[in-house]
Design a protein around this ligand. Sequence first.
Ligand code: UDP
Length: 355
Amino acid sequence: MKKKVATIFGTRPEIIKMAPVIPLFDTAFTHILIYTDQHYSPELSDVFFEELGVRKPDYSLDVHSSDIGKLVEGITPALAEAKPDAVVVYGDTNSSYAGALASEALFPHIPIAHIEAGLRSFDDRMYEERARFQIDKRSALLLTPSKLAKVLLEYDPRITGRKYFTGNTITDALDHFSRFLPRIEEQGYALMTMHRAENVDDPDYFRQNLDHISTIAKRIVYPVHPRAKANIENEGIVVPPNIEIRPPMDYFTFLAHLKNADLILTDSGGVQEEAVYFGKPCITLRNSTERSETLAIGSNKLFDARLHKVGNGALKEAIEAVEGVVAKNTIEYPYGKPGVGGRITMILEGYLNSR
Ligand code: UDP
């Protein structure tokens, strides 16, 4: 008899990265899909379900909040009704963390499998960093996106589950979806995403970031996340003329823009991975990253606007360095070969059948 697996997810990056895995789980298991809708914006969820062909969840919870308590409260009855043999969560969102907490409280003996385990920025001020660790600690199966992530788990005695390097499911998503990208004529621009609370919630710091970016001698295409947009409007932030604000893009449009861009500027985790997949130079507008593989390759560099005077040359230097690495054309993609979803499914199935 097929084992019953419940997958809990709730945000845009999880829809993208679970898209290749969900159909495989649907075949291998009796699969219950629980979606929290943490971000409650059709631009960040409905569009993605439709475009990526992700099936309707069995439970759509409309929690519409990032509050861990509210998410646990929303997830618990669904999970109690589902009574799974295993719970799967992805990455480091509050929905994933709440899913792990709800599972532990309801069914302490059923295993949690964590996809994208082992990422570390080593900055505990980031709530995602705390969530990653807390999920990893509770997981029986740790499915890592890179070899480095597996090593980081092996060095932490608090993480006791079984560790596997499967690759990152973004590899499967990009391998498949890049076939469907629209053709765009736009060229000669940098693509930017910036919406993390640390970058956009403090208006002075948001301005400082934009001031630095205004020194880049390029047109900057900036699809703006609702959170950043609200801050621009409410705080009367004047966007420099080289930055072109656009509405959030659907996934295929975003990837098409990424593929055509000369440079990527981002504070998103997923976009750093997509940049290395497409061999693009990337500047990460943060003071740490959990995607350290991309720093080691050299095609990605951190830039923290607080540490530099606008126009002191540090940003220019960072851009030249990442462009130099990409120009050599020797990047070794760190996130595994296609077939990641298949490997994850086999490992979970084997583990559940052996219990
Ligand atoms: N993305 C998108 N449209 C946009 C901006 C981003 O489809 O206008 C995608 C992007 O390709 C990446 C994901 O959204 O896969 C990143 O989401 P987010 O920055 O919200 O989360 P993070 O990656 O930081 O967890």
